[in-house]
Design a protein around this ligand. Structure first.
Ligand code: GLN
Length: 191
């Protein structure tokens, strides 16, 4: 049976996520409607602008269905704004979110100088070779609950974490040609 991965396609980098996933041999479906969630094995939540994304999720009636699917066991992989959506707590924010992961997130957390930057960072879960992480107005995880495993810390900030079948990254793995994090999601997190 083919593995089918949904990609939330309301905003931003859906296309970029398609490439590594298809390269890894799974089929993908763009999620724009609650019916698109039927039959998917996991869902990717790409980056974008979190406030807009939250509003679009409500407008397209996807917020509750995705939150519900997540609570029932649908594996989720959120990158950047997608990570913010997954967080139970977001500093100074009341906006709509899925609220599934036991993390507290600070948005746009790297300040103006570091609006956007790239760094090769060690992620032991992905092997010895560092991962080229691209940050764009990135958030970070300020606090994580006991059930959360940090997979990458940099300068005291958690930038990649897993909680059971949820994976959240502050950076954009889909903008590199390194598919190791998508592979980790498919093989370790979503299996
Ligand atoms: N800064 C954005 C936000 O807080 C996230 C940026 C991104 O997804 N690249 O919504």
């Amino acid at each position: 049976m083919t593995v089918k991965i949904g990609i939330l396609a309301l905003q931003g980098a859906a296309r970029e996520h398609r490439q590594p996933l298809q390269h890894l041999g799974v089929s993908t479906v763009d999620v724009l409607d609650p019916r698109d969630l039927d039959g998917i094995d996991a869902l990717v939540l790409p980056g974008g602008e979190n406030t807009t994304l939250g509003k679009l999720l409500e407008k397209y009636r996807l917020l509750e269905p995705i939150a519900d699917a997540g609570r029932r066991g649908l594996p989720l992989f959120g990158t950047c704004a997608g990570m913010i959506l997954m967080a139970k707590h977001v500093n100074k924010s009341q906006q709509p979110r899925l609220g599934l992961m036991d993390i507290r997130v600070e948005r746009n957390a790297f300040g103006r100088q570091q609006h956007s930057f790239e760094a090769d960072l060690p992620v032991p879960a992905l092997g010895a070779r560092p991962f080229h992480a691209i940050f764009i107005c990135a958030p970070y995880i300020e606090e994580a609950g006991d059930g959360v495993t940090p997979l990458l810390r940099h300068e005291g900030k958690i930038l990649l974490a897993r909680q059971g079948y949820f994976l959240a990254a502050a950076f954009h793995p889909e903008l590199t040609d390194d598919a190791r994090l998508h592979d980790y999601f498919l093989c370790e997190v979503a299996r």
